[in-house]
Design a protein around this ligand. Structure first.
Ligand code: GBH
Length: 490
């Protein structure tokens, strides 16, 4: 089926795929295509050469039941030793950039800058050098989930001191790896890290999430100011926000409001302060009201002071975001007042219909149309900032080298992205497929495969094998075109 569609594409230039027409305009010459990974998910070398432990090392070792297949990232793709092979593959596929993350405790084993691990620093220096000598732009995520255990032991992201610890680490990264890095991403998915992904000893719903998000916001803003004000860096610094597109169930005023409220609560939580200076009004009002009724003296949201508002506003040089799927939102009655809860603060009903196209993960329904709507929402809400799609991708189960699901996903999402650029004027500057390789997929272990390239995790040599989709993505990266023959860029 795939090859038939591909053949039709070859013959007709543009083609119908299911219910969508694949966009046949070339992406602009300066549009950036790349692939993404993160340190804990691919590197292995978990205790190599002086690396300190991170929270994932500890949780996977101590609580194997936390991971579906009881696995861990001790060796994973072994990219700590095999990064040159990864870069060769990126080169072969024609990637413009590689988005990877620095493992905080690999360079700073205790989390603090008084203890620098030189072999860890050398690893990233070599990685960057190798990328550059292959004309691949490094896009660096400073922190992607693998918090040093030492910092977790001190209260982790919930501790307001996190702001200083992260800032010192970010400064260290800018100073150590900074030479002509054009794109820095400070923190990956703060929303996930502060809600569902909170790997914490104690996590209090409706309280700690607001504290954590505020700490993330201030930590990011500090890093931005250090980079631009102190170090006079010439690159760009952004944070990676993430979530779904939230489609209203009907076009009733209530559902439209519920959808918009959800977008504001999730995307706007940090997006609004970064672009407009404060938390979204609707969020402030709802959290303050419920806090009061619950008997709190002040809002659980941790209101920003005027000085903080000024400090964070304008500290996102580009809008980097991860998005994989969509959900439907229905307006719902407010939950009764009782125990604080972030979901009750939001107060809507969110679901994904069974009939939507599936992947191997229940949360990841294939909804390419949602990407175009999301790009439009960001464009309208934040005055069309330069947008970098830092993650987008799909998972299937093990053993799929003829990965039609991924081929279709990439084609249909990129077509919607190109539509948003062409018809809606969305200022999208780049796209990064998640992931370059099959990785350790957090609590899903090695059961969910996102890679363009498969890795044999049973073989100590961790051999890589390109999947069918990687050849299609190679064609896209090399020709900037989704179909065989594109019309010129507009
Ligand atoms: C990204 O998170 C991460 O940045 C990346 O590391 C990861 O590998 C990639 O996506 C693919 O998952 O199991 O129903 O409770 C995506 C955001 C947040 C989506 C947690 C899945 C769990 C849903 N993820 N969420 S559920």
């Amino acid at each position: 089926m795939t090859s038939l569609l591909y053949l039709l594409t070859l013959i007709f230039g543009a083609c119908f795929a299911g219910d969508i027409v694949i966009n046949n305009k070339k992406f602009p010459e300066n549009f950036l295509f790349g692939c993404a990974t993160s340190s804990y998910q691919i590197e292995g070398g978990w205790d190599a050469d002086g690396k300190g432990p991170n929270v994932w090392d500890n949780v996977t070792h101590e609580k194997t039941s936390f991971i579906i297949d009881g696995s861990n990232g001790d060796i994973s793709c072994d990219s700590y030793h095999k990064y040159k092979e990864d870069i060769l593959l990126l080169k072969e596929m024609g990637a413009n950039f590689y988005r990877f993350s620095i493992s905080w405790p690999r360079v700073l084993p205790t989390g603090f800058i008084d203890n620098i691990n030189q072999p860890g620093v050398d690893y990233y220096k070599n990685l960057i050098k190798e990328l550059k000598s292959n004309q691949i732009e490094p896009v660096i995520t400073i922190y992607h989930n693998d918090l040093p255990q030492s910092i977790q032991d001190l209260g982790g992201i919930k501790n307001p001191e996190f702001i200083n610890w992260f800032t010192a680490y970010a400064r260290f990264c800018f100073e150590t790896f900074g030479d002509d890095i054009r794109y820095w991403l400070t923190i990956n998915e703060p929303y996930v890290a502060c809600t569902v992904g909170f790997i914490s000893l104690v996590y209090v719903d409706g309280i700690d999430d607001y504290i954590c998000m505020k700490n993330m916001l201030m930590a990011h803003a500090n890093a931005w100011h250090i980079y631009h004000d102190d170090l006079k860096g010439t690159g760009k610094v952004g944070i990676v926000l993430n979530s779904n597109w939230f489609e209203p169930e009907t076009d009733s005023a209530e559902d439209l409001e519920a959808s918009e409220r959800t977008m504001q609560f999730i995307w706007g939580w940090l997006g609004h302060p970064l672009y407009h200076g404060d938390y979204p009004e609707i969020m402030k009002i709802r959290v303050a009201n419920r806090s009061k009724l619950e008997g709190f003296n002040e809002s659980r949201i941790q209101e920003l002071t005027n000085a903080e508002i000024e400090y964070v506003k304008g500290t996102n040089d580009f809008f980097a975001f991860n998005s994989y799927t969509s959900s439907i939102v229905r307006s719902g009655p407010d939950a009764p007042i009782g125990t604080p809860s972030h979901n009750d603060d939001l107060g809507v009903y969110i679901y994904q219909p069974d009939e939507w196209r599936n992947s191997s993960l229940s949360w990841l329904k294939v909804t390419p149309w949602g990407m175009r709507k999301l790009l439009n929402w960001i464009k309208n809400e934040y005055s069309n900032p330069p947008m970098l799609i830092s993650e987008n991708g799909v998972a299937d189960g093990p053993g799929q080298l003829n990965d039609t699901i991924r081929y279709n996903y990439i084609r249909d999402y990129l077509s919607n992205i190109r539509d948003a650029m062409e018809y809606d004027g969305a200022n999208v500057i780049g796209y990064s497929y998640w992931a370059l390789l099959d990785t350790f997929e957090w609590t899903a272990g090695y059961t969910a495969k996102f890679g363009l390239i498969s890795v044999n995790f049973d073989d100590p040599a961790r051999p890589r094998t390109r999947k069918m989709s990687s050849y299609y993505y190679e064609k896209i990266m090399k020709t900037k075109c989704l179909v065989d023959e594109c019309e010129d860029e507009i």
